[in-house]
Write a protein that binds this ligand. Structure first.
Ligand code: ADP
Ligand code: AMP
Length: 206
């Protein structure tokens, strides 16, 4: 498949950003991620307030704001990996009206592991690369020195984000399971092993 349309589902910290980067490198598709788009526009005024008010509390940004971002991004893309959306059933319904998907894949990771992954996550502000204090640090000292932690990766906000995931996003996963579209991937393997399973599923969907 030259330009696959992939939906990557998973809890916060499941590895969606990490694997999306493998997908975009390998398949040369767009990475459409509502989290990054909202972080780049955190103080944008909308009729619902700013994204920051929701994000720093670990809550979902209102649907109209997010739906608009996704519709604009998908309209421009032939192939894509969609990461961080849909996060509730109403967004899933919206998505079904604006895009056809080749693969819906879930990165399956237990809750205990998610808290460790999120509180240890570090980002390179220059490249957007994702690291972890224990599992994956860059070799270059210069890169290590400039890593930052996301505002919402503190333990308290992480726990709220996982609660919001259970309440709002788990029903989205159940929905794709019921329609028979969901492919589960063991997200607790090493990043390379997860990528190998994911790539095999993408090839299968071709
Ligand atoms: P998400 O985009 O789903 O929130 P990330 O890709 O940002 O998740 O990953 C969350 C954290 O877990 C990061 O610190 C990342 O380095 C780490 N991570 C990602 N995949 C794995 C893995 N398979 N094993 C261990 N740590 C991982
Ligand atoms: P993420 O980078 O995917 O972990 O998202 C970070 C934060 O952005 C979330 O905790 C939400 O506040 C907001 N966000 C990202 N995607 C969505 C979405 N699809 N719907 C609502 N809020 C979102």
């Amino acid at each position: 498949m030259s330009e696959p349309k992939i939906l990557l589902l998973g809890a916060p910290g499941a590895g969606k950003g990490t694997q999306s980067s493998n997908i975009t490198d390998h398949y040369d598709v767009e990475h459409v991620t509502t989290g990054d788009a909202l972080r780049a526009n955190k103080d944008m005024q909308t009729e619902h307030g700013t994204p920051r008010e929701y994000m720093d509390a670990g809550e979902l940004v209102p649907d109209p704001v997010v739906n608009e971002i996704v519709e604009a991004a998908l309209g421009d893309a032939d192939g894509f990996v969609l990461d961080g959306y849909p996060r509730n059933l109403s967004q899933a319904e919206y998505l079904s009206d604006i895009a056809d998907l080749d693969l819906v894949a879930l990165l399956d990771v237990s809750k205990e592991e998610l808290v460790d992954r999120l509180t240890g996550r570090r980002m390179d502000p220059e490249t957007g690369d994702i690291y972890h204090t224990e599992f994956n640090m860059p070799d270059e000292e210069e890169v290590r020195d400039r890593l930052v932690q996301r505002d919402d990766d503190t333990e308290e906000t992480v726990r709220e984000r996982l609660r919001v995931f259970e309440e709002n996003t788990q029903p989205v996963i159940d929905h794709y399971e019921e329609t028979g579209d969901l492919v589960r991937i063991d997200g607790e393997q090493t990043p390379d092993e997860v990528w190998s399973d994911l790539k095999a599923e993408i090839e299968d969907a071709a």
